[in-house]
Design a protein around this ligand. Structure first.
Ligand SMILES: Nc1nc2c(c(=O)[nH]1)N[C@H]1C(S)=C(S)[C@@H](COP(=O)(O)O)O[C@H]1N2
Ligand SMILES: [Mo]
Length: 389
């Protein structure tokens, strides 16, 4: 079953369904077509009957809510926002090259995609339940207590210990941001089953795991979710921790994304024509920061060219970039392409993946590299304008 995806998806698994597009498919429009958008699942895809579906809002609220799909549309104003989702496991292959990471999906550079999302603000729904800015101090709680908003879905993940429905949480301060949506549409079309119909959370700038699909329950609480995917998985563990039996609370929880980039074309191992070479990719700054600059090198990092950044669709959206570099003068040989991005806080991506290695293989944001072979003769027949035809 391909869940309405294009035929050339790189499918990492059917059950649960995990697939990313071929890297070149992400070039062009900053919006990723729905049939190209990566999909990450931990259990079987639920096919939810929307008439029977309800969203419960409970916990530390003054007015618990039970909302139907129609209630959501009738009671709250609709918002549309362009946001990139990125799985925390994106570019895990770069960490596996440092040291093996058994039992985790070997995502390449395309477990990241962008859509325009339509729905209602989580903040508006929480306000209807009586939760607003400063709610952390209600009910006699300390001023410095950070509350959390937990999400629960119906899909049961067999890989969780014990097997349990998928869930997670974000701090209330993030949940009240205008960018956090409960979305029912993606690129102007109703959500498909695989992307979370009838309703999913979209937490821009945070790891994809917090954008819970098929959302059924939202609970305001004093502590982060104790769901396995919050308490045990999606945590940054020290390199010497054993990944197989992770205790709840070990390491630190992943939330905001870190600045990253990838080369989409040419891919590692490609054969390219001699002469000037067009290199294309994306960069993504986490947490609402912007991408400030991307440099590209064709000589392993000895010399650099600044890339042209594509359309700016706001702080929650990736930037595509492209540039041409001097390949070589016509002799056959190997070029080592490297990219490096800066964000608006002047942070630069880390150069080396070795220091980023962690037992679960999360958050590889090292400089992307692609070794390409320069052909001795004329260009590849399948290349036009540096892109795969
Ligand atoms: N209910 C539920 N929500 C989920 C998941 C899941 O397995 N179940 N996977 C999460 C992860 S890890 C990611 S990266 C994104 C992927 O969203 P997509 O499949 O729409 O691309 O969904 C998140 N939300
Ligand atoms: Mo993910």
């Amino acid at each position: 079953m391909m869940w309405d995806k294009r035929a050339d998806m790189v499918v990492h698994g059917q059950e649960p369904f995990n697939a990313e597009p071929p890297p070149q498919a992400l070039i062009g429009d900053p919006l990723t077509p729905v049939d190209t958008f990566y999909s990450r699942n931990h259990g079987p895809i639920p096919e939810v009957e929307v008439d029977d579906w309800r969203l419960t809002v409970d916990g530390l609220v003054t007015t618990p809510l039970t909302l139907s799909a129609d209630d959501l549309r009738a009671r709250f104003s609709e918002h549309t926002l362009t946001a990139t989702l990125q799985c925390a496991g994106t570019r895990r292959t770069g960490l596996i090259a440092v040291r093996d990471i058994p039992g985790e999906t070997p995502w390449r550079e395309a477990a990241v995609s962008t859509a325009s999302w339509t729905g209602v603000r989580l903040a508006d729904v929480l306000a209807a339940a009586g939760v607003e800015n400063g709610s952390g101090t209600q009910n006699g709680a300390d001023d410095d207590v950070v509350r959390h908003v937990a999400f629960l879905a119906p899909d049961v993940a067999p890989g969780a210990k014990p097997a349990q429905a998928f869930g997670g949480s974000i701090p209330l301060s993030k949940a009240l941001g205008p960018e956090v949506l409960l979305a029912w549409a993606m690129n102007g079309e109703p959500l498909t089953a695989v992307h979370g119909a009838p309703l999913r959370v979209v937490v821009p700038g945070w790891i994809g795991a917090r954008s819970v699909k098929w959302i059924e329950r939202i609970t305001v609480q004093d502590d982060p979710s104790d769901n396995w995917f919050q308490a045990n998985a999606y945590r940054m563990l020290p390199a010497d921790a054993g990944a197989s039996a992770v205790d709840a609370g070990e390491g630190f929880s992943l939330g905001e994304l870190a600045l990253t980039s990838a080369i989409l074309d040419p891919v590692d191992g490609a054969i390219v024509p001699p002469g000037r070479l067009t290199v294309t990719g994306y960069a993504l700054a986490g947490g609402g920061r912007g991408v400030a600059r991307v440099d590209v090198s064709a000589d392993g990092g000895a010399t650099w060219t600044q890339a042209d950044l594509g359309e700016d669709r706001g702080p929650w959206c990736w930037r595509q970039w492209t540039t041409t570099v001097n390949g070589n003068d016509g002799r056959a040989g190997t070029l080592e392409l490297v990219a490096r991005a800066w964000d608006t806080s002047a942070a630069l991506q880390p150069e080396d993946p070795a220091g980023l290695w962690n037992p679960k293989g999360y958050m590889n944001n090292a400089w992307p590299r692609a070794r390409v072979q320069v052909s001795a003769g004329a260009g590849r027949p399948d290349v036009a304008d540096g892109r795969i035809a």
